[in-house]
Design a protein around this ligand. Structure first.
Ligand SMILES: Nc1ncnc2c1ncn2[C@@H]1O[C@H](COP(=O)(O)OP(=O)(O)O)[C@@H](O)[C@H]1O
Ligand SMILES: [Mg+2]
Ligand SMILES: [Zn+2]
Length: 328
């Protein structure tokens, strides 16, 4: 699990706990106002409890059995009062969102399902900018947008090639592991690169892997803030984002080549991609640049890492945004 997401999941659990404490207090105030005898009974029950404690210290003349019987009688009286007034008998009991771990997040020395669920939600929320674009899943990926007519020079049609790209991506997502290759999506705008990235991200995140998505521009902004920001909150947010971008199991780096080319961005990108390769973490890079474009823009060091360590998938066809407009 990734520390920052776990911290957020725990913060949400803490929020649930304090909401429940507030609800307990509200209920108690409500009951005390409507059935004042309950308040008196509660005071008596507390008195008996205190006496029980005192007994251990030798400060009461009554026996444990006597005190327990009295406490029980008081509690029954209290339950009866609640019932007579139309309240469930546990109306004043502590409220737990998860009875299994009593909202501690741990049960039997393991992370409780409720906390895992919150963690998963945080993980998905992290992918929100990618998933916001709607239903981008393997099931909704359409091949009829790609022409079945093959070009002059090479024999295969865009549709044939994109069928293969689609199948490779789907198999990649389903079989994702730390032995998966890195992928590089190339091709012009509107060909489904971000779409297939989103489809992969959802499947891989559902398997419980840590998946992060960002555009090259967004990612470099985090690197810049981590390094140069004077605002400490902004700086530490950026630092944890950078840690996540470096350490997540699968990073989707979208739109490489659209960021501002500066000495800083070039070296930050190199060290990010190189660091992830060394750590054995997987990356999917999308770009509108071709081989020559990449080498020109990033120099031979980065180009040869991408060349040697990534499986390239060429996206073909016509801009689907434009096609949709034409078809209306
Ligand atoms: N095969 C597809 N089936 C259905 N919609 C698609 C397909 N490919 C792309 N789209 C849609 O077309 C638009 C552009 O696709 P996108 O993945 O953003 O292209 P790219 O990232 O290659 O520029 C998006 O709205 C996307 O949902
Ligand atoms: Mg895109
Ligand atoms: Zn739980």
């Amino acid at each position: 699990m990734e520390g920052r997401l776990l911290a957020r999941a725990r913060a949400r659990q803490e929020q649930l706990r304090s909401d429940n404490r507030a609800e307990e207090n509200r209920r108690r105030a409500e009951i005390y106002a409507r059935i004042p005898e309950v308040r008196t009974l509660d005071a008596s029950i507390r008195g008996v409890m205190a006496e029980l404690t005192g007994l251990v210290l030798g400060r009461s003349s009554r026996t444990v059995a006597e005190l327990e019987a009295e406490s029980l009688a008081l509690q029954e009286e209290r339950a009866a009062l609640l019932r007579e007034n139309g309240y469930p008998k546990d109306y004043l009991d502590p409220i737990f969102a998860c009875p299994v771990c009593r909202d501690t997040g741990w049960a039997d020395g393991k992370i409780c399902d409720c906390l895992s669920r919150l963690y998963k939600q945080e993980q998905t929320r992290e992918l929100a900018p990618l998933l916001r674009q709607g239903d981008q899943t393997f099931e909704s990926f359409r091949l009829d947008y790609y022409s079945p007519v093959s070009g002059e020079e090479d024999g295969r049609s865009p549709r044939e090639e994109m069928t293969e790209v689609f199948q490779i991506c789907r198999a990649y997502a389903n079989g994702f592991s730390d032995r998966s290759p890195n992928l590089l999506f190339t091709g012009g705008p509107g060909l489904g690169k971000t779409f297939l990235s989103a489809a992969i991200a959802q499947v891989v995140a559902d398997k419980g892997f840590g998946v992060a998505y960002d555009t090259a521009t967004g990612l470099l902004t985090a690197f810049e803030r981590e390094k140069f920001s004077r605002d400490t909150d902004e700086q530490s947010d950026a630092a944890s984002r950078v840690r996540q971008l470096l350490s997540c199991d699968l990073l989707i780096l979208d739109d490489l080549g659209t960021e501002m080319p500066t000495a800083f961005t070039q070296s930050a990108l190199y060290s990010l991609l190189d660091g992830r390769l060394r750590a054995g973490k997987k990356t999917i890079v999308s770009t509108n640049l071709d081989r020559t474009g990449i080498a020109e823009r990033y120099g031979s060091a980065l180009a040869s890492r991408l060349e040697g360590e990534y499986e390239w998938l060429a996206f073909r066809g016509r801009d689907i945004r434009a096609l949709r407009k034409e078809r209306g």
